[in-house]
Design a protein around this ligand. Structure first.
Ligand SMILES: Cc1cc2nc3c(=O)[nH]c(=O)nc-3n(C[C@H](O)[C@H](O)[C@H](O)COP(=O)(O)OP(=O)(O)OC[C@H]3O[C@@H](n4cnc5c(N)ncnc54)[C@H](O)[C@@H]3O)c2cc1C
Length: 412
């Protein structure tokens, strides 16, 4: 599978999730693409059930449909019919004020879709291998880059060099592409770590996604396909999280139960256990000389609202539209005009959303009684106000703002 070519229109560093999505969108628009990923692809593609999953918005579903990936995963998703958020303390149950959104409040329901990482990645990998115009180099990393007047040269760890008109950093939060381009980052820790696993439960989840805000951090219970499994993203103060992570499965479950509650009946652990230290990581600029950043390389956010990948796919849709259009007009796809257009489209929107989620996380990860009362009332007010509810729903579904074509389900 490892092929090399020296020149392509676009070179993508990073074959996680946003990298493959961008490659497929660009190839569909007639551009040649090389994707370099430092992980050997089969390692990730052959993972069994491990509970890691994403909440995908309606807009993300449309994009996956437009680039030919949705059909491969459609029978593996769990539609989200309802979202419920409440404030609470471990063992005390939820506070009386809560926020609830139902699928029938949105024209194009359901509210979103849960999809396991292993299915999404396998579908991307299969599509990359089949798509004409895409070269995938895995088990190799981009270690250097030199922009020139018409092309950028990228050095690989093996010593090989690749050239392209544009280098896109899809290389995650610690983006080397961004660092080498001199793009600085705003980073802020939350002092929280996410414990990620899956549980099996007695009662059917009915497609309901739950978010409990506790003083240590939010606990998300996200419905998986089949009805009796949910993915858990349990954020806790980092010191406590590392103690919990060190527990054996039985004691881990004992610690989880008072936070989880009994609304789904008896629960047992069903997936592998992962830990993710949580921080905000925002690139100061999304573009530099012959360089663009996409996904977590541009904005790494708290998983509180399950928006990280959805935000990245918005970047993918916007950048693909800008580059394909510029190419059709005979313009330089790595030049300043195209890159500025991409940055104008995405930087303000994603920075605002990232900071909004940052505010929500900090407001809710707090046991101050005045803040507690204020936020509980706030949840109650939003829940009772139809206009505000609608704005929240459209935002979560990824339907607000100026939508690139791919987010409306149409190819560029
Ligand atoms: C606990 C948790 C739960 C989440 N839940 C959700 C959710 O429900 N919904 C949602 O939308 N988002 C969610 N997210 C966010 C989502 O996981 C990320 O936004 C998404 O994975 C980012 O994808 P990416 O492709 O930008 O980066 P990554 O997935 O980080 O991929 C980066 C890739 O770059 C490669 N790479 C790095 N350096 C190099 C190099 N020098 N050369 C070549 N390759 C390189 C790596 O091997 C990797 O494959 C969650 C995140 C966490 C931590």
């Amino acid at each position: 599978m490892t092929k090399r070519n020296q020149h392509s229109d676009v070179l993508i560093a990073g074959g996680g999730l946003n990298g493959p999505a961008l490659a497929l969108a660009l190839a569909q628009g007639g551009l040649t693409v090389t994707v370099v990923d430092q992980r050997p692809a089969p390692l990730r593609a052959e993972t069994g059930f491990d509970g890691r999953a994403y909440a995908l918005s309606i807009a993300s579903k449309r994009l996956l449909g437009a680039i030919g990936v949705w059909d491969q995963v459609a029978d593996k998703v769990q539609p989200i019919h309802r979202i419920k958020a409440s404030d609470g303390r471990p063992g005390e149950g939820p506070a009386p004020f809560f926020l609830q959104f139902d699928a029938d409040e949105i024209e194009e329901g359901p509210m979103g879709f849960m999809l396991e990482d292993r299915h999404l990645y396998a579908a991307f990998l299969a599509a990359l291998r089949e798509a004409p115009g895409i070269t995938l180099i895995s088990g190799e990393s981009v270690s250097g880059q030199t922009p020139g007047p018409a092309e950028v040269a990228a050095e690989l760890h093996s010593g090989a060099t690749l050239a392209a008109r544009l280098l896109v950093g899809c290389d995650g939060r610690g983006s080397g592409v961004a660092g080498r381009a001199g793009i600085r980052r705003l980073t802020a820790g939350y002092g929280q770590t996410a414990l990620v696993t899956a549980v099996r439960h007695e009662h059917h989840h009915e497609g309901c996604a739950q978010q409990f805000f506790t003083p240590g951090g939010p606990l998300a219970i996200l419905p998986l396909a089949g009805g009796h499994h949910s993915s858990i993203v349990w954020s806790e103060e980092s010191g406590l999280a590392s103690q919990i992570a060190a527990l054996d499965d039985r004691d881990f479950l004992t610690a989880l139960k008072p936070r989880f509650g009994d609304f789904l009946g008896e629960i047992s652990l069903a997936g592998a256990r992962f830990t993710y230290p949580l921080s905000l990581s925002l690139a100061e600029r999304f573009v530099a000389d012959r360089v663009a950043l996409v996904g977590d390389a541009a904005h790494g956010v708290h998983p509180v609202a399950g928006q990280g990948l959805n935000l990245g796919l918005r970047d993918v849709a916007a950048l693909a539209e800008v580059l394909i259009t510029a190419n059709r007009r005979g313009e330089d796809i790595g030049g300043g005009v195209a890159l500025e257009e991409y940055q104008r489209w995405r930087r303000f929107d994603s920075t605002l959303l990232a900071l909004g989620m940052d505010g929500v996380t900090r407001l809710f990860s707090n046991d101050n009684p005045i803040l507690r009362l204020g936020r509980d009332l706030g949840l109650g007010v939003v829940n009772a106000a139809p206009g505000l509810r609608r704005r929240f729903i459209r935002q979560a579904a990824g339907l607000s703002g100026e939508l690139p074509k791919l987010l409306t389900g149409r190819p560029v």
